[in-house]
Design a binder for this molecule. Structure first.
Ligand code: ADP
Ligand code: MG
Length: 765
């Protein structure tokens, strides 16, 4: 069975790695995956008792990082609901009540509480609900107490640290060693205790243990102030690092947060606040200024500007009015809107995006995998070196003092924390920054891979062009225009192709009933109408059914209509090039993309015209979907670098899947395309590609900086210590200081400017 837990108070990324490894060793767990960034633990286990499992996991995790809490996460994502009516505080409860809604109940609870129960909780009674609400109040107070409690702990810690510093100062003035020892105990008592516990459990490579060992050894060779200082900075550094990571995590989550909290349903004339999951298709919602649209729908009343930047990265608000289709996750900027819901929450834009983002963080980049492996070896090697340094040269030279000092320096530097924290954080920030620009990258691995692309292959329709065809001519070849259009629209109703949608839009009258309808990718549609075989499609389709037709010469794509092998007419449709296509292709070139290729199923003349207009290097036209795959295979073979394919996915999901990186248009694109792609452009604009290339590059640069800087400083300090040049102060910098700098550097991936770092320093948990 699969379980999902939330892990709280987990601040040390290296500990997270260790917890994951330890969990995977347990017999009752088949697979454990701990995502440090999302504080999320996914476990596969045969265990039936989830609470028992939770307790076991919490115990194990707590033995690695003190105070870690493991909580069961809502299963199935369907969050609880309470409906609040206005007359009697009518309450519908699904599962457990949600915070937001609980407050509503409290507000109305002096009135009469009438409860209706839906869903799985049929057997609940009214008192259950009271209990439930009560339990939640209790949970809240508890939470409160807990925070309070934590606050106390933090205060106690602060006093201990301040007293420790005072004692350290007294110690260094009086040179009386008892002050140093007291200072040491004040500052590091808990680390020493934890070290002792872990030693008993046989965890010799535990960070607390290594720090304790280093500081006790420092005492042993008479380095009193240094011993206290190492403990002190270790403690303060850990605290600041936890704070920095916590802040970044929130900041990144904010960049990606599109989850709506509630929906205001007004279908019945009454106002009900419900969880978006509970809203049904056809329900009418009211959205006020500043509120997020919880579900996709159509406006039936009102006029406004919508901020879609959370979805598309587009900063300019979109005007909407009655009849406009609106997407969940956009924010209403003006006036009250009434929206009729067209999709369930599960299928809404927001849910789809959230699902992509959630899955993205579990696909790790090569650099992250490398760092995880590296971390596993780093500590044992450094500790081994420390032991060697303490013993062998001392025996040879007899200078124990010098070599033990060096080995203490090694021990202080033995945590790979700096890279273990900052590398995943950098990628996470990269995913966040891309999402912020309206580009969903489905994993750190793709974000890394984007740096190796040197060829971009573009689909034409819907990718370079808008995919919104206007009908420019209808040519009669055997039937009047009306009839041609009616046949065409009747067949095209069932298709998702941009040409089909445009034809259907142009003919709103009643259509024929079709049967045996078949869509042939890259050609068109065949169906029976009143027992007669009707075709709508291009030359290839006509050739396939041996329909003869006169020559036409217009600019545009041709949709021939034939009935019983006789041509009836031809509809000429024309598309428009997207405003930003040309500039986007120039930007790609400026970003170092060597070759831009266009593939299309459309006619050669149109393809070449469009290609010339936007400045692609090569055009391949009249390709069937399978030909597109074949062409792409050739391109994959040719180039040295990786190849990205960009498409709207109508007929080209296979090509998207085959490319090194498949990039799909998220707005107009089909579900299959979004599924098959590795990167989704929510704004449908080609210029987003150079944006995400920019983020990928920045992520790589910053991650590399962190790896080189952190490991460089550590190795340098270790070498210097062998020559007696580095002291313990330098060692503590190489450990704590480097970690902090690397974490702050990672945050720069979000925006590249230093405002984030300042905000981070001011941030309070
Ligand atoms: P592209 O997206 O590169 O233009 P497609 O494979 O989607 O290529 O389509 C290629 C051609 O096939 C279109 O230009 C059109 O002529 C024809 N076609 C495909 N589907 C339809 C359809 N439903 N109705 C009419 N023509 C179609
Ligand atoms: Mg297409």
């Amino acid at each position: 069975m699969k379980y999902r837990f939330e892990v709280r108070d987990l601040d040390c990324a290296n500990c997270a790695n260790k917890i994951e490894i330890a969990l995977n060793r347990e017999t009752y767990i088949e697979e454990a995956n701990l995502n440090f960034m999302l504080k999320r633990l996914d476990v596969v286990s045969q265990e039936e008792d989830i609470e028992g499992l939770r307790a076991k996991i919490e115990k194990l995790a707590g033995s690695i990082e003190k105070g870690v809490k493991v909580l069961v996460q809502d299963e199935g994502k369907v969050k609880p609901l309470v409906k609040v009516g206005d007359e009697h505080t009518e309450t519908h409860i699904h599962g457990e009540a949600h915070e937001h809604v609980v407050s509503h109940i409290h507000k109305g609870s002096h009135g009469h509480i009438k409860a209706h129960i839906h869903g799985e909780d049929h057997q609940h009674t009214r008192s259950d609900i009271h209990e439930e609400v009560y339990a939640h109040t209790e949970a809240h107070t508890h939470e409160h107490n807990h925070e309070h409690h934590d606050g106390k702990i933090a205060n106690k810690e602060k006093w201990l640290i301040v007293s420790g510093i005072a004692l350290l100062i007294v110690g260094s003035m009086t040179e009386i060693s008892i002050f140093y020892i007291l200072a040491y105990l004040f500052v590091g008592y808990d680390i020493v205790i934890q070290a002792g516990k872990n030693l008993l459990r046989g965890r010799m490579l535990d960070e607390n243990f290594l720090m304790t060992l280093a500081t006790i050894a420092a005492f042993a060779i008479g380095q009193y102030p240094e011993a206290v200082a190492v403990m002190l900075f270790y403690k303060v550094g850990e605290y600041m690092q936890g704070k920095a990571v916590g802040y970044s995590r929130k900041e990144i989550a904010k960049a990606m947060d599109i989850r709506p909290d509630f929906a205001r349903v007004v279908s019945s004339g009454k106002e009900e606040i419900v969880k978006p999951q509970m809203v049904q298709i056809g329900d009418i919602l009211e959205i006020r200024v500043g509120e997020k649209l919880p579900l996709d729908g159509v406006i039936i009343e009102g006029k406004s500007l919508l901020d879609t930047s959370m979805l598309t990265g587009e900063a300019v608000p979109t005007p909407v009015e009655v009849g406009s289709e609106v997407l969940s996750g956009s924010i209403n900027k003006e006036g009250i809107l009434k929206v009729k819901v067209t999709t369930s929450f599960k299928d809404s834009t927001v849910s789809k995006i959230l699902e992509l983002i959630e899955n993205a963080t579990s696909k790790k980049s090569k650099s992250e995998n490398f760092i995880t492996k590296f971390a596993r070896w780093y500590t044992p090697i450094v500790v081994g070196l420390a032991i060697f340094t303490a013993i062998v040269p001392s025996l040879v030279t007899g200078n124990w003092q010098h070599w033990i000092y060096s080995s203490i320096v090694f021990l202080v530097i033995s945590c790979p924390c700096a890279v273990v924290v900052s590398v995943p954080l950098g990628f996470f920030a990269g995913l966040g920054a891309s999402a912020h620009k309206g580009v969903l990258v489905k994993g750190s691995n793709y974000l890394e891979e984007l740096n190796h692309i040197d060829t971009v292959v573009l689909d034409k329709t819907g990718t370079i062009t808008k995919g919104k065809f206007g009908i420019s001519h209808i040519i009669e070849m055997g039937a009047p225009k009306e009839v041609i259009l009616k046949y065409a629209a009747s067949l095209e109703q069932s298709s998702n192709h941009p040409i089909a949608r445009s034809i259907v839009e142009a003919y709103r009258e009643e259509k024929y009933v079709t049967s045996d309808l078949k869509e042939i990718s890259g050609e068109g549609i065949v169906a029976s109408i009143n027992g007669e075989k009707v075709l709508a499609g291009n030359e290839k389709l006509m050739a396939r059914y041996q329909v003869e037709m006169p020559k036409v010469d217009y600019i545009g794509s041709y949709v021939y209509i034939a009935k019983n092998q006789k041509i009836l007419g031809c509809i000429i449709v024309a598309d428009q090039i997207k405003e930003d296509s040309k500039e986007a292709i120039q930007k790609l070139k400026a970003r170092g993309i060597k070759k831009v290729v266009m593939l299309t199923g459309d006619k050669k003349e149109i393809a070449e015209e469009v290609g010339k207009n936007v400045g692609v290097d090569q055009v391949f036209a009249e390709l069937l979907p399978q030909d597109k795959v074949a062409r792409l295979e050739e391109i994959l073979q040719d180039g040295e670098g990786k190849v990205a394919f960009v498409g709207d996915g109508i007929n080209d999901a296979p090509v998207l899947a085959r490319a090194d990186i498949g990039i799909a248009m998220g707005g107009v694109g089909s579900d299959a395309a979004i599924e098959a792609a590795d990167v989704v452009l929510m704004s449908d604009e080609l210029s987003s590609i150079s944006d995400v290339l920019g983020v990928a590059k920045r992520t790589r640069r910053i991650v590399t900086q962190n790896i080189v800087f952190a490991l460089g400083v550590k190795i340098l300090v270790m070498l210097l210590s062998l020559f007696g040049i580095a002291n313990m102060w330098l060692a503590i910098f190489a450990d704590v200081g480097v970690s902090l700098i690397a974490v702050m550097n990672s945050i720069r991936v979000l925006g590249g400017h230093l405002g984030y770092i300042k905000a981070m320093m001011m941030h309070k948990e």
